[in-house]
Design a protein around this ligand. Structure first.
Ligand code: HEC
Ligand SMILES: [Cu+2]
Length: 345
């Protein structure tokens, strides 16, 4: 329906190629229309009243004491309209934060000045993202350096990618084709060229394309190699718990911490455990034993390591994987600030 609007034909408006796009467009047009109407009413009022009470028609100024009824009307009516914007907007916003359980996962790492894409089957690309039509896709995104922002206008999705944690977004592409993807956060000299294409393919074409897969094994297999290369396997034995926790079956399970809190071992938690091991110490273990891998393991390698640790546990739906930007603390303690400050010294 929106495609018939003259705006769409002028190409001022990107095509709508995802399941959520039309919802967002309807809200956009609703807000724009209301704003235009409101602006029109106010301007008209200013012009009419200025004309009606002009000096020549009113040599003696008329005293107007005000009208409670009128004031209530122009306060309450816009308030109700804005509540509609709020409720509608909140509904779309929350839907955008909640990927469906069957979403397929793709990993994106932003780096000055390119987007690196990793697929669970081990395939990887730069500035190209291949997705099947009609299937929800969840992107888990990290930044290697500065703040970037991942944006696909045709899908009406965009999310900042902030260094230090995972960000995520999801969409369901509805029309096969090629769509622009961008970095929409100024990130340095070549920011303008930090973009690429999303290729939306029908199921068959996608199956053909993805059977290419990774030449170096799946993401989890790549992670297994890194696990040995970085010496993780010398401490984290597969079945025998010594000075280091066993990582088998860890993924997405609650972990009891030394300071009494409990966290869920999602992507964000495992990422933090690797890059900043002392941030959260597992109960029964000691700090400062696990080396800090920050600066030694890239975000892409962390993604591979997580895939490996994940593969040591039964399957978990993508929607429950690392959708949180920071590790979730289930039972935060109020008096925590003091105790963490101590452990940092
Ligand atoms: C020198 C031994 C050592 C090495 C090497 C080591 N770790 Fe650890 N790791 C530990 C210890 C001890 C803990 C528990 C204390 C803590 O939470 O920091 C731990 C905790 C963890 C946890 C949290 C486990 C849980 O049950 O919540 C993860 C995940 C982890 N390590 C992954 C890795 C990965 C991946 C590597 C390799 C890049 C690695 N570790 C290398 C000793 C090590
Ligand atoms: Cu960028």
């Amino acid at each position: 329906m929106l495609a018939n609007l003259p705006m769409a034909q002028l190409q001022l408006f990107p095509t709508a190629a995802s399941a959520q796009a039309s919802q967002i467009d309807y809200l956009y047009w609703f807000i724009t229309t209301i704003s235009i109407i409101m602006t029109g009413v106010i301007f008209l009022g200013v012009v009419i009243l200025a004309w009606k009470y002009r000096r020549t028609a009113n040599p003696k100024p008329t005293q107007i004491e005000g009208s409670t009824k009128l004031e209530l009307t122009w306060s309450i009516a816009p308030f109700l309209v804005m509540l509609v914007m709020f409720a509608w907007g909140a509904q779309i916003f929350f839907a955008a934060q909640t990927p469906p359980t069957d979403a397929m996962e793709v990993f994106v790492t932003g780096k000055q000045w390119m987007w690196k894409i990793q697929y669970p089957d081990g395939g990887r690309e730069i500035n190209e993202l291949h997705v099947p039509v009609g299937r929800p896709v969840k992107l888990t995104m990290a930044s290697e350096d500065v703040i970037h922002s991942f944006s696909i206008p045709a899908f009406r999705v965009r999310h900042d990618v902030v260094p230090g944690h995972y960000d995520s977004l999801w969409f369901t592409a509805t029309k096969p084709g090629r769509y622009h993807l961008f970095c929409t956060e100024y990130c340095g000299t070549l920011h303008a060229s930090m973009g690429g294409w999303v290729d939306v393919m029908d199921e068959k074409a996608y199956a053909n394309w993805s059977s290419g897969g990774g030449t170096q094994g799946t993401l989890a297999e790549q992670g297994e190699k890194l696990f040995a290369q970085n010496g993780c396997s010398t401490c984290h034995l597969m079945d025998q718990q010594g000075r280091c926790p066993v990582l088998k079956g860890l993924y997405n399970k609650p972990v009891q911490l030394l300071d009494g809190r409990t966290v869920i071992a999602d992507d964000a938690y495992i990422r933090e455990s690797i890059l900043d091991p002392n941030a959260k110490i597992v109960a029964g273990f000691e700090p400062n034993i696990m080396p800090n891998f920050k600066g030694q393991i890239t975000e892409e390698n962390v993604i591979q390591l997580i895939a490996y640790i994940k593969s040591l546990s039964p399957q978990t739906p993508a929607s429950q994987q690392g959708s949180q930007q920071r590790p979730v603390v289930i039972a935060p303690r109020a008096a925590n600030a003091a105790s963490t400050a101590q452990t940092q010294h």
